[in-house]
Write a protein of this length. Structure first.
Length: 320
């Protein structure tokens, strides 16, 4: 157990040191002169790092093994936000996408993979395929981070080209997970519509952009209703959507297979905090499963409730 904890702590420390857009497995292959499979076995925790390997990593990445071991032993290695000391919004966002993509690929690679999410805001897996909506979510996040110098308004803001491919990889990886369960707040689309309305009210979002966002939202609603009725996505993975009977105060998630588990808590709009700690994982998974008891399943059942839910969401979007 101590070895596993130290191993996780070293991996998390490495993630904080490598540049955005860099794959950790590739870094290990180059540093330790090992093959791809050997690198992934270490990242999955199947093979612990040797002392010589840890020393080489420490020397080349500037990681303090004393600090890493101390953090792990004190039980502080619970979360990895990955953004605490960075100020470049685009770089942070790219790192977030890469970290989640790597996690989803790891989970999806094993049979029986499962992702569960309880949310009061639409997750990026739903928003990113829609260009204007994806751009707005990033614009909103950068604005709320205080990065006010990046654009005069939404119309002058463009999504950096370097992020387009990474967003597609993120969505593709998420949709390879075998079973996905969503517990949605009753006002999940209205909450996003309210955000759009606010930015329009402070004149950072023009009428034409609002219309484009409405078009994206209506297309997304059409997709979501189709997925809910069929019980699976276009990619073929099983999707179960529940509508919560109580309001969700935050977004929580878990991803698991029989070989790996991770918990996710979304902070600061689109930033997921990732934890590999078993207690955190168990707590969030239990919480999401308990919410399902007070929720209505609208996937492949609950036809009347499904129609009413999507009608209410469309009405909220029309009000924009």
């Amino acid at each position: 157990m101590i070895t596993e904890t130290l191993n996780r702590a070293l991996i998390e420390a490495m993630r904080g040191k490598i540049p955005a857009g860099t794959t950790l497995a590739r870094v290990l292959m180059d540093m330790l002169y090992i093959g791809k499979e050997a690198a992934y076995r270490r990242l999955r925790g199947e093979v612990p790092f040797t002392l010589a390997e840890a020393a080489a990593i420490s020397r080349k990445l500037g990681i303090s093994l004393d600090k890493t071991a101390g953090a792990a032993q004190d039980g502080n290695d619970l979360f990895r936000p990955g953004t605490a000391h960075r100020t470049d919004s685009v770089g942070i966002y790219g790192s977030i996408l890469d970290s989640c993509t790597e996690l989803f690929r790891e989970i999806a690679a094993t049979a029986g993979s499962e992702l569960g999410v309880s949310s009061n805001r639409l997750s990026q897996t739903w928003c990113l395929p829609y260009g204007t909506l994806a751009r707005f979510r990033l614009f909103q996040w950068m604005y709320q981070r205080g990065d006010i110098g990046f654009a005069r308004n939404f119309e002058t803001f463009s999504l950096p080209e370097e992020l387009a491919g990474r967003q597609k990889d993120f969505v593709a990886a998420a949709r390879q997970i075998g079973t996905v369960c969503y517990v949605w707040d009753q006002a999940i689309f209205r909450n996003l519509a309210d955000d759009i309305r606010y930015f329009a009210d402070i004149r950072l979002l023009g009428p034409q952009s609002v219309d484009m966002l409405k078009e994206d939202l209506f297309r997304l609603l059409e997709e979501a209703e189709t997925v809910a009725a069929a019980g699976h996505s276009a990619a073929g993975n099983q999707v179960r959507i529940f509508i919560s009977g109580i309001h969700s105060e935050a977004t929580y998630g878990y991803a698991e297979t029989h070989a790996a588990q991770a918990a996710l808590i979304r902070l600061y709009g689109i930033v997921p905090v990732i934890s590999r700690d078993p207690e955190i994982f168990d707590g969030i998974k239990t919480w999401i499963h308990s919410l399902r008891k007070s929720s209505t399943l609208i996937s492949e059942s609950g036809e009347r409730q499904r129609i009413r839910f999507f009608d209410r969401q469309r009405a909220a979007v029309r009000e924009l």
